[in-house]
Design a protein. Sequence first.
Length: 235
Amino acid sequence: MLNFERVAMRYADGTQALRDVSLEVPAGQFCVVLGSSGAGKSTLLRMANGLVRPTQGSVQVQGVRIAADSLARIRPRIGMIHQQFNLVLRSTVAENVLVGALPAMPTWRALLGLFTDEARCKACELIASVGLHEQHLLRRVSELSGGQQQRVGIARAFMLDPPLVLADEPVASLDPQTSHDVLSLLRTQARERGTTVLCSLHQVDLACEFADRIVALRHGAVVFDGAPDAFDPRL
Ligand code: ADP
Ligand code: ADP
């Protein structure tokens, strides 16, 4: 589903963010990229949707190599969930979720598509499935708690039924109980739809609880790749 082939990333200022990382994420896997701040997690996730271009190696999504001329084809297959939610705070929950149906460069036709009954039904269904209620639909996102906002972020990410979801530290700004609830919900959504998830985390306990597989990064290199029960937190 997602394949990193010997990727490396050296930023313009000389920072070596990733070194020779190879990783094959099969369809349906909930794969957690674990590492402390600066380990290279964001860089790896940003490579998977073409926001960062590797200085060495290549990345493939469903067998298609990410490149300037394939991005438009690949992006709609990827749902994104962000640490800071990246929602439009002034807009309603329903509007924010509907926006998940838009491609990066929406055409008028795509914009009009937001107002079809089909799109609205899908948004309502998703909002309910992440545990928000009808009374939240028309509330502004700015009135919701962090945990509720990330639920909106998850609903938006699944709007196009993407085969792959990238979640970059989705619970980093939430308290431990809410983090637990939000990850549980993300995993349930993914399981029900057979979605592949690449999710970065810095908390070992959460990684061990939710991951099918842990890939631990340290200083840009993979120091562990395997099942959570084989993971040694001293690494
Ligand atoms: P993480 O997500 O694990 O915190 P990042 O991928 O954000 O790690 O960062 C890995 C390393 O690359 C860090 O040393 C960070 O400072 C550096 N880095 C990230 N983005 C840039 C950039 N645009 N330019 C230069 N260095 C960067
Ligand atoms: P996180 O720890 O959440 O991954 P970072 O603080 O590493 O976030 O990065 C936040 C943003 O700043 C990212 O877009 C990253 O690319 C950029 N960034 C991080 N480190 C550097 C750096 N040394 N130089 C330039 N940009 C950087």
